[in-house]
Each structure stands twice: as C-alpha cells, then as structure tokens.
Design a protein around this ligand. Structure first.
Ligand code: MLT
Length: 273
C-alpha cells in the first residue's frame, strides 16, 4: 500500500531514505536536489504540482534525513539509490527532475536505465565532469570545511548561487538556502565534494539517449551556465530547452511560478502525447 505525506521513510539500497510523496497520477515525477541541499528545496514544485501529478522528492544519501550508509559516496551510487527507491515504492517508470547534482544523478541513471524513465528534466546542470583544476578546488574546499565548518563555506557558496535580483530582493530565500547548507553535516559535504570531483562525464552518452528531455536553466547561472544547457540540448535527440530570466543556479526557487508553469506544460504534453 502506498503511503502519502511528508518525511516518510523507506529502506532502499541498504539505507533509510526520507521522502515526500504527494498527489496522484499514473506517471510519478521524482525530484532530486542539488549539492548541498535537501528535498525541501523542491517545496514550491511539490506544492504547485501536487493537485495534478504524483510528486516525490527525496533526500539524497547523507543529506537531509536520509542515512549516509557506509559505502563511498559516488554519483553512480546515488543513481543506484534512485533506482532502488523506485523499486521500494513499486514505481516501474517515472519522470525524473534533477537540479545540478540532481541532474548529474539523473543523467547517470537515464544513461544506464533508460527503460525506467518516461522523461528527464535537467535543471541548471551539465554533462561535463570536473577539470583537474575544478576537482582540486573541491578538495581545497573540503579541507577548509573540515577546518572552519560549514558556515564560512555557505557564505562563499551563496555568493555564486543567485541572480542579482534574487540577492537584492529575496532575503528570505537567501536565509532558507543558508540554513539548508549549514544543516548538511560536514562528513556529507566532504564526501559529496569528493563524489562530484570524481564523477564521470555523460556528454558522450547523450547521442544515445532517446528519452524525452526538458532542459531548464537560469539565465544568470554561473555555476552551470546556459552554455552547458545548450550543449546538452544540441546533443540530445528529443530535448526542449527553456532559459529562465532573473534566475541563477537555483532557478526553481528563484522563479518558482515560472518554473512550475514550464514543468506543468511539459508534463501535460507528455501525458497527452
Ligand atoms: C549543485 O548545485 O549541485 C552543485 O553546485 C553542482 C556542482 O558543484 O557541480
């Protein structure tokens, strides 16, 4: 029997995963958050779409209220968790929507398990892996987090996250995001930075992906810039792309109404086609 509600717990891939499962619909939409956030970063989407769709958001291993487990954290392990979560929830096929690291997980999963996904939504993400310089920066960041804690890291990271408009006029979002970052444990921050630094690229796989895809990117995203979205769009055979004005890396939180409208139109087009 399906449980509905928020902060539900289920065992999958050897760990307890915390998730929200709301609304009804034959094709569930599963949301995967970015680094270093948690499932609450999808709250506006769950709220806005649950009247029409079954919407699920879960905490990635180690983040939010999901257990970290003992295995070394990798993007492949995180993608395996997604498949096992779907198995535990008896979901044969879903739409996945991943933002940034969530998009890395979605791309990893869709390239290995294409039959499990009716569509993939890639928000503020990219298919490239880290350059040696970018990887080194992550290891330096991990070292400073271990030394100075997460608040200082949050301040630096936040300075790159948002569009100019968000920074000047949405202080409550800034506070919410800051709390999400500092609520993430130091061991998870460090393990996830290592997983991100070591992730493999998925760009060369995109030509084989036939799953319908929607790419969304904030116009002012400097972490995974619109050029990265365009490159994925050019390589995917069945993709659509939308750039969101006045949004940075967290386009779903910075422009939730527009983001939801784009999602709603896309999901409706899938269920009617
Ligand atoms: C994220 O938002 O998930 C991260 O910024 C991704 C990254 O650093 O590559």
């Amino acid at each position: 029997m399906r449980s509905t509600g928020t902060d539900l717990k289920v065992k999958a891939n050897g760990i307890e995963i915390c998730y929200d499962d709301l609304g009804t619909g034959t094709l569930p939409v599963i949301f995967i958050h970015g680094f270093p956030f948690n499932k609450s970063s999808w709250q506006p989407q769950l709220q806005g779409l649950q009247q029409q769709f079954r919407v699920i958001a879960y905490d990635v291993r180690g983040f939010g209220q999901s257990q970290a487990g003992d295995e070394k954290l990798t993007v492949t392990l995180m993608a395996n968790d997604l498949i096992k979560l779907m198995e535990s929830l008896e979901i044969e096929k879903s739409v996945i929507c991943g933002l940034s690291m969530g998009g890395y997980i979605a791309l990893n999963a869709v390239t290995r398990f294409p039959d499990r996904f009716a569509a993939v939504i890639l928000a503020d993400t990219q298919c490239i892996n880290d350059t040696p310089e970018a990887a080194k920066k992550r290891y330096d960041t991990a070292e400073s987090i271990q030394k100075d804690g997460s608040q200082k890291f949050a301040e630096g990271f936040m300075s790159k996250l948002f569009a100019a408009d968000t920074t000047s006029s949405n202080k409550s979002l800034l506070e919410t995001v800051n709390s999400m970052i500092t609520a993430t444990s130091v061991p998870t921050l460090v393990a996830a930075l290592d997983a991100l630094a070591q992730r493999t690229e998925t760009c060369t796989e995109l030509k084989n992906v036939t799953t319908p895809s929607l790419i969304i990117c904030g116009e002012e995203d400097v972490i995974t810039p619109p050029a990265q979205s365009e490159s994925m769009h050019n390589n995917l055979s069945a993709s659509e792309m939308v750039i969101i004005p006045n949004a940075g890396h967290l386009s779903n939180l910075e422009q939730p109404a527009l983001f939801n409208e784009i999602l709603q139109n896309y999901l409706n087009s899938l269920t009617t086609s």
